[in-house]
Write a protein that binds this ligand. Sequence first.
Ligand SMILES: *Cc1c(COP(=O)(O)O)cnc(C)c1O
Length: 240
Amino acid sequence: MTDPDLSQRLANVRGGIADAARLAGRSVDDITTVVVTKFQPASLVRELLELGVRDFGESRHQEAQGKAAELAGTGIRWHFVGQVQGKKARQVRAYSSVIHSVDRESLVTSLATPVPDQPGADEAGAEVDCFVQVNLTEDPARGGVSIPDLAPLVERVLSAPGLRLLGLMAVAPLGADPKRSFALVSELGAQMRGIAPGARYLSMGMSQDYAAAIAEGATHLRIGTAITGNRPAAVNLKTS
Ligand SMILES: *Cc1c(COP(=O)(O)O)cnc(C)c1O
């Protein structure tokens, strides 16, 4: 049984995405909605699966790993959208279809395919899709590479075996006009394609600002609470 409120929220967001796409003269087929289920139980993920969702986002490794194990065999594509610790990078890679938060050279090194005969070499040949996350704020704690350091990081990803660069990811800064923020990301994406022609995707837009993101060319929306409802409380927050 699925919760009627959940299916209603999902329908509302799908409608909002369709409206924003129509306004922008874009096809909804070019937009992937990743439903962010951090702090939510696996049972909610199962309900969303029944409603046809296949792309799910998580931001905390332990929680994501547990859900991926519990829901193995369901055909879910897991998108990792949170900050990746270097020493957990290979584990994150193991269950993720897409990593949205590549933000530093050392992480690229950790995520890249290991050379033969090194630990993890059995994964050789497999590629993981990734986005480079850009930080649009002055606060390094927000995650993402600063704009001046973006081009060298993109070069580094392009030369790393086992990583396929999809494009750029960003979070609109609080208090800023999201449309302007997303226009900047779109512009940075266009510049990046000078060195990475295939990297044509943009991961941007959350519950509050996905319409603005669609208007600026988002191809991957990361939507949590507008679909899931509020995240369960602070008991979980402490263990992050
Ligand atoms: C939690 C989260 C989201 C979803 O946020 P909502 O406001 O719940 O839609 C999107 N992106 C990232 C990186 C997140 O951590």
